[in-house]
Design a protein around this ligand. Structure first.
Ligand code: Z5A
Length: 200
């Protein structure tokens, strides 16, 4: 697909939302389309309520399908049309989150559906698990259902991300996210510059 598809991934508190916001400012003149998962449209926001804040016990595979259903709707409504029109799309989490959380950490068999566009570049923001969780405590964020999982769970997520990045070194840019927000942003822009130049 034409356009440029950029995704941000990483464990809790790795700074994805912060970097997405800095990138949105840097790319403002190109009017990028910004999305977050789960969410970004009506179905996604409703599923977000169920998977992150619902009180019901969710089967792990059912949880995976809910995340993926929200994603497919977002792809159809927003991501695919924007990429076809040559726009830049920036996503705060995408299918690698399902591969890392539901696949790597919960052990559900996962695949990449052929109808889900592959990102041109995926930034994996890497911070030690405990460091990321501490950031969220300091920020006063109330933990959701997934964030409330054990530290071991979050280590399995981080390990799964590392395996995904190692398997696709061309797509993934693994960045040390323990530096300042500005340092990480500079590294993001450095990696993106050739792709932005090619886009014109
Ligand atoms: N999930 C899933 O299981 N399967 C899926 O397919 C999908 C998602 C799509 C979404 O939660 C949850 O859904 C997520 C995975 C699961 N849950 N868990 N666990 P969310 O949307 O509510 O939040 P999140 O995506 O997990 O984001 P986060 O971890 O809460 O935060 P973040 O976006 O990585 O970080 P941040 O908000 O930019 O920064 C956190 C704090 O750190 C904040 O105070 C910043 O000011 C500070 N910060 C950021 N960068 C820095 C640097 N460089 N230095 C110092 N401080 C910093």
């Amino acid at each position: 697909m034409p356009g440029l598809f950029i995704t941000f991934e990483g464990p809790e508190g790795s700074g994805k939302t912060t970097q997405v916001e800095l990138l949105a400012q840097a790319l403002a003149s190109r009017e990028p389309v910004m999305v977050r998962e789960p969410g970004g449209n009506e179905l996604g926001e409703r599923i977000r309520e169920i998977v992150l804040y619902g009180a019901m016990e969710l089967d792990a595979e059912a949880e995976m399908y809910l995340f993926m259903a929200a994603r497919k709707q977002l792809i159809s409504e927003v991501i695919a049309p924007a990429l076809s029109a040559g726009q830049i799309v920036v996503a705060d989490r995408y299918h690698d989150s399902t591969l890392a959380y539901q696949g790597g950490a919960r052990g559900v068999p996962t695949t990449w559906p052929s109808t889900f566009p592959r990102p041109d570049v995926t930034f994996l923001l890497s911070v030690p698990v405990e460091h990321g969780l501490e950031r969220l405590v300091h920020a006063g964020k109330k933990p959701d259902r997934v964030e409330s999982e054990s530290v071991e769970f979050h280590h399995r997520v981080a390990d799964a991300y590392d395996r995904l990045a190692a398997a696709e070194p061309k797509r993934f840019a693994r960045l040390d996210a323990t530096g300042s927000k500005e340092q990480v942003h500079l590294a993001v822009m450095e990696r993106l510059q050739p792709l932005l130049d090619a886009l014109g």
